[in-house]
Design a protein around this ligand. Structure first.
Ligand code: PRP
Length: 203
């Protein structure tokens, strides 16, 4: 039996599609339900639906053998897992964005609002820019509008959220996409089953 942690939400819907195309029976998960565990006895798989940012926690601790997670989460939390495959879905970019009128003043620390504290620190260290981080948990785009921050570091996928809030991208920091990851000891014990799933997803 393999335990698979899958992200809920926007990425989740795409993940269901590729699992379904790869021959895994995930139909029930499309239904409007609050159920969090789905078991397919036939394929010997249990799926757990978790918050996207928690997928790597379940996999790192071995509560799930494998999972599908955005590269943003892997870069932010550096979990001790194997990254087996770039699934090429959930493509987006980690960007610096702000009001179109924003002008950087290099003489003062830049106030940056973000969910991604480590990615932000690493990026600004790499360009030698002093910052003050304001950690938020969502609706990051509000921060420069309300002058809580000068800029934001956040994910941009379609660009709709920025556009509808009159913000623009200043810098693209990193490309992001979904990855298939495995718990290290699960991979040693269930190598064939996990490789089989990776192969199906690759195809
Ligand atoms: C993410 C991200 C942006 C938005 C970008 O938020 O933080 O707000 O998606 O997508 P877009 O470019 O297609 O508009 P999410 O939907 O995860 O919600 P959040 O505000 O709770 O972070």
């Amino acid at each position: 039996m393999i335990n698979v942690a899958l992200p809920k939400g926007r990425l989740g819907n795409r993940v269901f599609d590729i699992l379904s195309n790869a021959g895994y029976d995930v139909k029930e998960m499309h239904s409007d339900t609050r159920q969090l565990i789905f078991t397919s006895e036939e394929n010997g798989i249990s799926y757990f639906l978790v918050k996207p940012s928690d997928v790597s926690i379940y996999v790192e601790h071995g509560a799930a053998d494998v999972g599908i997670v955005g590269k943003d989460i892997l870069l932010e939390y550096s979990p001790d897992v194997y990254e087996l495959l770039d699934l090429g879905i959930g493509k987006c970019k980690m960007c610096v964005a702000s009001l179109a009128s924003f002008k950087d003043n290099p003489d003062v620390p830049l106030r940056v609002a973000t969910k991604f504290v480590n990615i932000t620190k690493n990026y600004y260290e790499s360009i030698n820019r002093e910052i003050e981080i304001i950690k938020l948990n969502g609706s990051i785009e509000l921060a420069p509008i309300l002058n809580l921050s000068d800029v934001i570091v956040d994910i941009v996928e379609t660009g709709t959220t920025l556009k509808e809030n009159n913000l623009k991208v200043f810098t693209e920091i990193l490309p992001i996409s979904a990855r298939f990851i495995a718990n290290k000891s699960s991979y040693n014990f269930k190598t064939d089953e996990i490789n089989k799933m990776a192969d199906c997803l690759r195809r």
